[in-house]
Design a protein around this ligand. Structure first.
Ligand code: GLA
Length: 401
């Protein structure tokens, strides 16, 4: 082949390689660390409006949450109206102009998330995306949407049970295909959109979600602002650590910090453990009316840094004794985070817990930082720890021995 004829080929190969490298790095930057932000469901549920989203975005900036890393402002269910003759889905009167809302949120340096599902109806019985996946994904991209939570709900009844009655394995294949379809549709828009799977952990979602573009996936049913709900979900995360990593995360559901009747200790423990789990940190409280002590929890930079550690290694439960559990997370550069929790409701300081450093792979006295008091401290073998019910000691050891 003459050189002049082969030149275009060389150019094509060069551009193809450049494109591939670019798109690979774009893929890597979506959710390289667990997504942080806020979602409307846990506090507003079906009542959420355009104004609530704008007020929450304003408050994320004013409260310092944005500076602490909270970027996504996510509209959950109940923004949808009906489809027109062309199949185009319209917003309902609570959200008069989604493009204008996206522009507003972006003008604050934040990103906007939205919600749908693969069935005919969403969980709150609004219009779903079945049969309109590409059209909906394109509409989200046109609006400037940066994050999609895709919730199974009626797909179970509409498609899985109808098309494969009494065949659970076939039902699960239909479910996986539905998530793959939206994953492809989002990718085809060319816009980086975080893809959040919400199907409650069915069929070991952590095994197959990353391959179809999932950046996070719910591992359980819905969280509630009660200690037992939070602890139950936490317990179900043990054993899932190896499935999380940059770009793809286990999602133990959105935060309830500041909601319901959780005590300060419970709020602190919930937030600490979601950080240990490398969980997405999506606050779910009433931001404009947030109490200072709740803001202090959500914006604790040291705890957020554990969640956002670039290694992306989720914590595992090292051991438990009585009602005390000890979880460990490996951090970048060989550092470690250790959480010691009194998960019981009736064991108090009259029975101090004694820390066994060897069970954590540590040898002798360790210099550590207590991430809730901000004070430097020493962890010694067999030291007595007195933790109030549902409270936590969370420390970072910069140079473990
Ligand atoms: C499901 C999800 C919740 C929320 C609601 C909305 O229950 O798990 O997080 O999105 O639907 O209807």
């Amino acid at each position: 082949m003459r050189l002049s004829a082969s030149l275009p080929l060389v150019a094509i190969a060069f551009y193809a390689l450049a494109f591939l490298t670019q798109s690979q790095s774009a893929a890597q930057t979506v959710a390289a660390t667990p997504p942080m932000g806020w979602n409307s469901w846990n506090y507003f549920a079906a009542k959420v409006t355009d104004k609530d989203i704008r007020d929450s975005a304003d408050q994320i900036v004013a409260s310092g949450m944005k500076d602490a890393g909270y970027i996504y402002v996510n509209i959950d269910d109940t923004w949808e109206d009906k489809r027109d003759a062309n199949g185009l889905l319209h917003t309902n009167s609570k959200f008069p102009d989604m493009k204008a809302l996206a522009d507003y949120v972006h003008s604050k340096g934040l990103k906007l998330g939205i919600y749908s599902g693969p069935g005919t109806r969403t969980c709150a019985n609004y219009e779903g995306s079945l049969g309109h996946e590409e059209q909906d994904a394109k509409m989200y991209a046109d609006w400037g949407i940066d994050y999609l939570k895709y919730d199974l709900c009626s797909f179970h009844r509409d498609v899985m049970e109808k098309q494969a009655p009494n065949d659970k394995a076939a039902q699960m294949r239909l479910m996986v295909a539905a998530y793959e379809k939206m994953g492809k549709a989002l990718k085809a828009t060319g816009r980086p959109i975080v893809y959040s799977l919400c199907q409650y952990g069915w069929d070991n979602v952590w095994e197959w979600a990353p391959a179809l573009g999932g950046n996070l996936w719910r591992t359980t049913g819905d969280i509630e602002p009660r200690w037992m709900s939070i602890y139950d979900i936490l317990s179900q995360q043990a054993g899932l650590a190896s499935y999380a990593g940059p770009g793809h995360w286990n999602d133990p559901d959105m935060l309830e910090v500041g909601n319901g009747k959780l005590t300060l200790a419970e709020n602190r423990t919930h937030f600490s453990m979601w950080a240990m789990l490398a969980a997405p940190l999506l606050a779910g409280n009433d931001l404009p009316n947030m109490k200072p002590e709740i803001k202090a929890i959500l914006t604790n930079r040291d705890v957020v840094a554990i969640d956002q550690d670039p290694l992306g290694q989720q914590a595992h439960r090292a051991y438990s004794k009585g009602e005390v559990e000890v979880w460990v997370r490996d951090l970048k550069g060989g550092a470690k985070a250790i959480a010691v929790m009194n998960v019981g409701s009736d064991v108090y300081s009259t029975h101090p817990f004694r820390l066994d450093l060897a069970k954590l792979g540590l040898h002798g006295t360790q210099k550590a930082k207590d991430l809730w008091t901000g004070k430097e401290m020493e962890l010694t073998n067999d030291m007595a720890l007195e933790l109030a019910s549902h409270d936590i000691l969370l420390v970072r050891i910069a140079s473990p021995k």
